[in-house]
Design a protein around this ligand. Structure first.
Ligand code: HEM
Length: 415
């Protein structure tokens, strides 16, 4: 582990996430010295940095004391002001409301609309389709000349899965790729929309409105139709709420899974003996996927806000204080994991926090696991050898991120 020289406030700086070794060193230092520091940095709202696995669990599992509204993430105030200005002063909340910013009974009622769809049983109907898509995407490697940017494929596959579920035709996927990246990875200069993340969101709103209107006239049995026609207290969801639902599924269900795929592939190339081990014993696949999720932890943080004065880890918290929950820190906490900085596909138990915990735990966690398993199973079946062909690059972003450029060289098995 390298020495960390970064100041603690670097944890909220998008640039820190382009260098995972420096990020890990910083988080390890924080866990060791003061695991719950109060950070007051220029251009940021003050916040408590929650770095230990046990403290993240405590905050997430007390949803009355620590709520999701009104702040989803800790971003620079100047960045938020720019986004507001770019959208003519319109607040995001005026355009859409989604699960992440809801609490209590409201959150439960909206989550219940799709909860059963996203259980392993509910997803059984589409697992076969996901496997067919995994074959199609890995099949693209047959046609290439043995060198690709693996990130291209890893971005396109989860996008296809989630967009199919939302009723978006294949020809509109490039548009959706751009809009989801401009919304979620909006801190990265490569993904910035002209009018900011909110402009991308408005464009997405107009697009989904057409799909929603059509499904209200002619419902079917797809997830998109379930959401478009959902009722809470007997009323159809408002535009703001129904768009919020489409938006959160489209964005949360895409880049996150892609970064687990690229980061998982990079880990296999850096630890080739782990790939050999998995080839020798494919029954290890479910454990390997959990280790990939821990290792990559694509969601870097979410925020919570205290509703009352209280104590966490011996610190006096005031009502209204914000918390930055550092999921990568929880996933590498040395009090939970032996040898956390080694990628080990048979790690067990592996109670990582990549999907969070508590009432907001990732709605799509089983879908993501199916996607990752189908993809890597197909890769093992079809690809004989794969290695790095250049320097990987990581997303500049403190919210969702991972490997965004992954040049690889490979040979396929003879069929
Ligand atoms: C590897 C892939 C994924 C990762 C790492 C991930 C991670 C997360 C995390 C950390 C949260 C917040 C949990 C918390 O606050 O405790 C979350 C929430 C959520 N995720 Fe995922 N996610 C992934 C894939 C997906 C997929 C495929 C979907 C598709 C539907 C999805 C939909 C959602 C939704 C809707 C929420 C909000 C849930 C709520 O607030 O009640 N995610 N995810």
């Amino acid at each position: 582990m390298q020495e960390s020289t970064l100041p603690i406030e670097a944890i909220a700086d998008a640039r820190t996430f382009t260098d995972p070794a420096a990020l890990n060193a910083l988080l390890a230092r924080i866990r060791k010295t003061d695991p719950l520091p109060y950070i007051e940095a220029d251009d940021y709202p003050p916040f408590w940095l929650v770095s230990r696995h046990s403290d993240i669990m405590e905050v997430e599992r007390n949803p009355t004391r620590f709520i999701n509204a009104p702040r989803q993430v800790i971003f620079p105030l100047s960045y938020e002001a720019q986004a507001r200005a770019a959208s003519g002063g319109v607040e995001t909340a005026a355009v859409m409301r989604n699960l992440v910013l809801m609490d209590g009974a409201d959150h439960k009622a909206y989550r219940d609309i799709t909860q059963s769809y996203f259980t392993p049983k509910g997803l059984a109907a589409i697992v076969g389709d996901i496997e067919v898509l995994a074959k199609e995407f890995i099949g693209r490697m047959d046609k290439a000349d043995g060198e690709i940017d693996f990130a291209d494929m890893a971005m396109a596959f989860p996008l296809r899965v989630i967009m199919t579920m939302l009723g978006v035709p294949q020809e509109d996927e490039p548009l959706m790729m751009r809009l989801t990246q401009q919304t979620l990875s909006s801190q990265d200069p490569e993904f910035q929309a002209k009018g900011g993340a909110r402009a991308a969101m408005m464009e997405m709103f107009a697009y989904f409105k057409n799909i929603i209107d059509a499904l209200r006239i002619t419902p079917d049995d797809t997830l998109a139709s379930v959401v478009a026609n959902a009722r809470v207290d007997g009323e159809l969801l408002s535009d703001r709420d129904v768009f919020g639902y489409f938006n959160i599924i489209a964005t949360a269900g895409h880049d996150t899974t892609s970064y687990a795929l690229t980061g998982g592939m990079l880990a296999f190339m850096q630890y080739p003996e782990q790939l050999t081990k998995l080839r020798a014993d494919p029954a290890l696949m479910p454990l390997a996927i959990e280790e990939i999720l821990r290792w990559t932890t694509p969601v870097k943080h979410f925020c919570r806000t205290a509703t009352e004065d209280c104590e966490v880890a011996g610190k006096a918290i005031k009502a209204g204080d914000h918390f930055l929950l550092s999921f990568p820190s929880g996933s590498f906490d040395e009090t939970i994991y032996d040898d956390p900085y080694t990628f080990r596909i048979d790690r067990k138990p592996n109670r990582h926090l990549a999907f969070g915990t508590g009432p907001h735990v990732c709605l799509g966690q089983y879908l993501a696991r199916f996607e990752l398993q189908s993809f890597f199973r197909e890769l093992l079946d079809r690809v004989e050898h794969i290695e790095l062909a250049g320097e990987p690059r990581f997303v500049e972003g403190s919210f969702v991120g991972g490997v965004k450029y992954l040049p690889v060289r490979y040979t396929m098995k003879q069929q």
